[in-house]
Design a protein around this ligand. Sequence first.
Ligand code: NAG
Ligand code: NAG
Ligand code: NAG
Length: 296
Amino acid sequence: MKFLFIFFAIFQLSNAVTIDCNYHKDGDWWAVTLKYYCEVTNDLNINSKDMTDIDGVNGELPSGITLDDIQGVNMENLTTFYFPKGLEKIFKNLLMIDINYGRLKEIHQNDFSPFPQLKSLELFENDIEVLEDDLFKFNPNLEMIWLSSNKIFHVSPTAFAAIKNLRYISFDSNPCASQYVQNNATAAKIIVENAIKNCVDQKELEVKFPSLIKTIKSIEKALVILDEKIENKSLNRIVFERKVDENSNNLGLICFMIGGFLFLGVIIGIMWMKFKEILITDSVRVKFNNSNEIQM
Ligand SMILES: *[C@@H]1O[C@H](CO)[C@@H](O)[C@H](O)[C@H]1NC(C)=O
Ligand SMILES: *[C@@H]1O[C@H](CO)[C@@H](O)[C@H](O)[C@H]1NC(C)=O
Ligand SMILES: *[C@@H]1O[C@H](CO)[C@@H](O)[C@H](O)[C@H]1NC(C)=O
């Protein structure tokens, strides 16, 4: 019983995320000047999607200041594979979020939806790949989004649609876009349009398999490799069709084995598999990242 309790306690401990804040006054962050912001000094180590919410904050607030006066949070150089959850419960008035030099591979609408007042979002030097449909639907007040040095290859036409006055934007050093501008709404609009235009190219890839009976094993292996490569990369428009009929595979094998006793059976078995291979050949279509070829 005691052991169970200890185990449970440890489990709880490892799941809890508290942040340690160094509070700073008058943060000038280009598009926005903040009264106070928190610089997070402990590594959050967010390496799982199911990580529990940030459930506490340590650090001495400047006198006369409450958490509601903290308008920004700087989480640079931390281990953040996923966007931290629950920030809005601690800081209710965030205008700026900075996760530069992080490990983000994906970002989603519900990461940002708790921050309707957000003006500035800095996410440079991460591994972000896709800007999904309606990504910033709940952040119409964003004026600055900095996405330099990510791995963006897809930008949804609706990702930025709700934003009213974007002035600072950077796509610098991404696979499909490289423009940036500071404090020019007209140029920002053009840059977003260009990114949408240039970051759609998810090449449709047809994977053709060699068509001999002896390759049934290699087909299965190839499908496993494909699965691993594709492995939910948050692609918006992935099409992955697989039409291998496993029953016919087994049937073919059974025919082949039974046929082993009879010459005629062998012929029938081979013919069956030949027939089945036609079913297999037209089977896999993948729309994939323009830069990555799938090697079989
Ligand atoms: C994070 O690392 C970068 C590059 O090493 C550095 O320029 C920046 O000041 C760091 N940020 C913080 C808050 O420590
Ligand atoms: C803003 O960008 C537009 C389009 O690139 C350009 O024509 C204009 O001169 C820029 N405005 C300023 C103040 O730089
Ligand atoms: C993979 O993507 C689908 C469709 O977007 C989603 O429903 C599913 O939860 C994702 N799975 C994982 C493991 O992320």
